[in-house]
Design a protein around this ligand. Sequence first.
Ligand code: HEC
Ligand code: HEC
Ligand code: HEC
Ligand code: HEC
Length: 221
Amino acid sequence: MKIKLLLITVPVLISLSVPALPGVRDTKHNFTQQSTSPNAYFLGANQVCVFCHTVHNADPARDQLWNHEVNDLQTYIPYSSPTLDMPQSAPRNGSLICLSCHDGTIAVNSLNNLPGPEGAGNYGIPAGPGLDGSGRLTSASSAYVGTDLSNDHPVGLTYDTGFDGDFVPKTGNPDLYPDKLLYLGDYVECTSCHNPHDNTWGDFLVESNQNSDLCGRCHIK
Ligand code: HEC
Ligand code: HEC
Ligand code: HEC
Ligand code: HEC
């Protein structure tokens, strides 16, 4: 019994002593005070994940134990074009969770569940140049998207090549392209192209867009 326990504890201790792996902590999505991020950070905040996730009292309308406030009543001006063929609806959760900060209407630090016993509220004091006094992103930030999405790649799209043959057909396998980029296997949303935890490729892209390879996962052009 003792030997077994030792075997289990040793690897755990080793993994604790390994320096932090690259990830969200090294990116602009680390909003804490000790952040290496040059811009948005919140004085007094030291927990990285809590700006987006919570282990208790998460938003039941979202996946991923979502902790950031989302306003379902917010409306957006969609992208439109005469050559758009696939069905487009309002942004789904795969976009709303990003827009909840990036549309500039809700404070970046407005959470459902603060790390202490307080419940919902604002975490830390805004002190980033891209933020207004109440913690909302402003158009001064390069990360500001706003509520007018008419000049952005369309989201809220149902990916259906029956409407447009210039696209890579779905495979039905969530590990293969284009399916692995589609929100819930069916939709084009912000998370189709962005991974909020990893800035390896710049702009939090899911993979390299060198030679427009990311575009080519869906578009046949
Ligand atoms: C700026 C917001 C943000 C921060 C900060 C953040 N996440 Fe996430 N996380 C997201 C979003 C958005 C998704 C959904 C991504 C998707 O569906 O592609 C997600 C998904 C996840 C998932 C489930 C899917 C997966 O990728 O495995 C886990 C687990 C997770 N996050 C853990 C963490 C942990 C742990 C931290 C802190 C070290 C963290 N996140 C920090 C936004 C964030
Ligand atoms: C909790 C609020 C929050 C959430 C949720 C969030 N972001 Fe951000 N994001 C920010 C802030 C704040 C910045 C940094 C702003 C700055 O540096 O001026 C940022 C930076 C970025 C940048 C880098 C922009 C640049 O100019 O370098 C990208 C790209 C981005 N976010 C995309 C996303 C996407 C896509 C999602 C959803 C998957 C998401 N974010 C979710 C708040 C958030
Ligand atoms: C079809 C792929 C795709 C979708 C969908 C997409 N993005 Fe992007 N995004 C990109 C690429 C590629 C870049 C980098 C090149 C550029 O800036 O145009 C980028 C850049 C950004 C930036 C950096 C600032 C900027 O404008 O350059 C932000 C912030 C951002 N995206 C947020 C979002 C949000 C929020 C959504 C959902 C409403 C979204 N993106 C949907 C591909 C996408
Ligand atoms: C996850 C799949 C996917 C990725 C990745 C993707 N797109 Fe798209 N894109 C779509 C879909 C679906 C449409 C809507 C097509 C339609 O309705 O005809 C679209 C629409 C467009 C349109 C507007 C077409 C029109 O008729 O108005 C342009 C331009 C475009 N994408 C460019 C890009 C570029 C550039 C990239 C790479 C940065 C990219 N897309 C990445 C799926 C994707």
